[in-house]
Design a protein around this ligand. Structure first.
Ligand SMILES: *Cc1c(COP(=O)(O)O)cnc(C)c1O
Length: 382
């Protein structure tokens, strides 16, 4: 029996042709394709400046580095996120401080952030978890008066909207991911988005060893250019091979979001009446791209989440546990034991259902029926 997967990247012949043309050009490292991809992402989202990187994780590192966050500083993060969100402050020597999240959106709120702010707080990383937009303006409002910077981790949220505009296109420094588990993929890859031209220039320098002139511009120059290294930098460059794939992928974004939202509606139609299941939905102030379709289990439901996942797998259906909680991982044992009741409830009592390009209504129906049986006929298999 074929297993229905959780996710499958939407890659095809067009991407292959794009990569071939970069190979034929002889310039495969960061160059004109990366610049074109940055411009295209900015055009699609209405952002001012895009700086491509090797991943969203390295983009987060550069974000905190340019904000001047360092040892002795605290950065408020949700524990309920992929671990890269928590790791970024640690890369610059700062301490991540965990804040709890809202049960409906799985995101930080102004209230949970405010409780975690302290005298040493320098920044907050607001995650748009699973594509669900966070109420970032409300969070920025409690941060502004205290001089705390807001960074948006939009790794999952390209194509989601917030107050009528694309997520990532606001005033805050925002980061995207192009890992295959997200909507658009370049294999690995990330991008910083900012409205600050000077910051964008510095980010371009930092991702390329701190060089004052890009390697591509130096090679293209008709006169001799001796490069200067103006500050400690990194090698966080995306390649033109990746960017060529990204350009093709970006052209599919609107169709991808529409397809995912339509499949999500099929799930809602099939599961809305099943007692004990709580389904994801758009918040009042925005729309989600359903990067992940996360179903929550009511606390009263006498079923273990992992038992449901095993039962689904036995029936040829992949699922994943809900969003991880970093504070429960061994790597974060030294960060203390904060009280995060909503985070712990969500991470233990939710699961991600399959949702991918090319999935059909019949497959949604099969997943929904299997899940409904799991929660309604518990005694027969628990
Ligand atoms: C995937 C993800 C990241 C990391 O992205 P990479 O591009 O794999 O480094 C960071 N934050 C969140 C919320 C993510 O989901």
């Amino acid at each position: 029996m074929d297993v229905i997967p959780i996710m499958r990247p939407w890659l095809g012949a067009e991407e292959a042709v794009a990569v071939e043309s970069v190979l034929a050009s002889g310039w495969v490292a960061q160059g004109p394709k990366v610049a074109a991809f940055e411009a295209a992402v900015c055009g699609a989202l209405g952002a001012s400046h895009g700086v491509a990187t090797t991943s969203c994780t390295t983009a987060l590192h550069l974000a905190l580095h340019t904000l001047g966050v360092g040892p002795g500083d605290e950065v408020v993060v949700p524990s309920l996120s992929f671990i890269a969100t928590t790791n970024a402050p640690r890369y610059v020597g700062a301490r991540p401080v965990f804040a709890d999240v809202d049960y409906e959106t799985q995101n930080l709120t102004a209230e949970t952030v405010e409780r975690a702010l302290g005298a040493s707080t320098r920044a907050v990383i607001v995650v748009h978890q699973a594509g669900m937009p966070a109420d970032v303006d409300a969070i920025a409002a409690v941060c502004e008066s205290r001089g705390v910077a807001v960074v948006e981790d939009a790794a999952c949220a390209i194509g989601s909207t917030y107050r009528g505009r694309p997520v990532g296109a606001g005033d805050n420094l925002a980061v995207l991911s192009f890992h295959p588990r997200k909507l658009l993929t370049t294999g690995e890859g990330g991008m910083l988005l900012t409205s600050d031209a000077a910051l964008a220039r510095r980010l371009r320098r930092l991702r390329e060893h701190g060089m004052a002139v890009s390697a591509h511009d130096r090679h293209a120059s008709r006169s001799v250019v001796v490069e200067a290294y103006e500050e400690l930098g990194f090698n966080y460059r995306m390649t033109d091979l990746q960017a060529a794939v990204g350009l093709v992928q970006l052209g599919k974004l609107d169709a991808m979001v529409a397809e995912r939202r339509s499949l999500a509606q099929h799930y809602r139609d099939a599961l809305d009446d099943v007692p004990g299941l709580i389904l994801p939905a758009d918040p009042p102030y925005g729309t989600t791209n359903y990067q992940s379709y996360v179903v929550r289990l009511d606390d009263e439901l006498p079923v273990e989440r992992d038992a449901i996942m095993q039962e689904l797998l036995d029936q040829g259906i992949a699922s994943r546990r809900g969003i991880m909680a970093a504070h429960l991982e061994p790597a974060c044992a030294d960060l203390g034991a904060p009280e995060l009741p909503v985070t712990e409830r969500l991470t233990g009592r939710s699961l991600v259902l399959p949702l991918f390009h090319g999935m059909d209504a019949g497959q949604v129906e099969r997943v929904a029926q299997a899940l409904a049986r799991c929660v309604q006929e518990v005694p027969t298999w628990r």
